[in-house]
Design a protein around this ligand. Sequence first.
Ligand code: NAI
Length: 334
Amino acid sequence: MKQPVRVAVTGAAGAISYTILFKIAAGELLGSDQPVILQLVEIPPAMGALEGVVMELIDCAYPLVAGIQTADNPEDGFKDADIAFLIGAKPRGPGMERADLLMGNAQIFSRQGKALNDNAAKGVKVLVVGNPANTNALIAARNAPDLDPRQFTAMTRLDHNRAVGILADKVGAQASDVEGAIVWGNHSPTQYPDLHGCTVAGKPALDLIDRDYYEGTYIPQVAKRGAAIIDARGASSAASAAQAAINHIHDWVLGTHGKTVSMSVPSDGAYGIAPGVIYSFPVVCEGGDYKIVHGVEISEFSRGLMTHTDDELRSEKAAVETLLLAETEAAVAG
Ligand code: NAI
């Protein structure tokens, strides 16, 4: 029997976790021969609800679950974690300003970055799901000086899966026929789903749909799918987010076998995106690592949209830096 892998999940009593925990426990994340220890992290007021989730996990009698631990703080919750799903975040409340949301999350993700640095396994793989995911991942990475920033990633796999699923549905194909879709940039409505190198059963995707549909309908539909789901079901996408988070870590650990997927990772300057942001790129994964795919042709149309979403990430980063600086100065001033 293999040694159990420790999987930490924050926001463990929330909606996404109510799907993802059961998938992890069933073996969808790491395979049906890999035992796991679940380390469930919540905030103190949600510990009662978390107990209910734990009862249900126990009641599933999963053969692969080698232990379930709970914690109301990230320091205990991340102890020796090999994988960390950072799902819990401060939600946007009624009338809340963008700055309040960024600041609330900056505080959460600074602490979680430090907690990972000091407590997790040195090779921990981190996926930030909680929004604003890319900027939260950047803050966590900055607060983990002993870990490689490449260990911190953010989730645009849901956007990637949406790009594939919506295209397949439109042209009457199966999702498995679609290859080479790319989501560039931020997990936000500025993201750019790029079909220029995409094929459906070997045929160029842009020969199967017309340009007006692509630019005027498809791109905004993929980018604003989250809002459409909230409008339709009165609650945000949870099952599809859980599926995408499973796909992201599964592929990072077990490889994509040559297939390109989209992951938000620290920019290394590829495609003219200057280092300093966590940006969604096309990647392939192999041997427990990911690699940005180079050589994708970038048209003028693509360049405009890639820069627009990069600008948004840089403005989120600047806002958080200003806020964190102001907080430090206020603390020093006493
Ligand atoms: P939810 O509100 O149902 O659950 C969030 C849970 O996180 C709550 O139980 C809350 O108590 C907990 N939490 C809050 N702060 C925490 C902290 N500091 N430490 C540990 N736990 C904490 O929300 P849901 O639907 O599960 O979504 C979670 C996050 O994922 C949201 O920020 C949402 O916007 C984001 N999201 C991101 C997607 C992506 O593609 N990147 C897709 C869908 C959702």
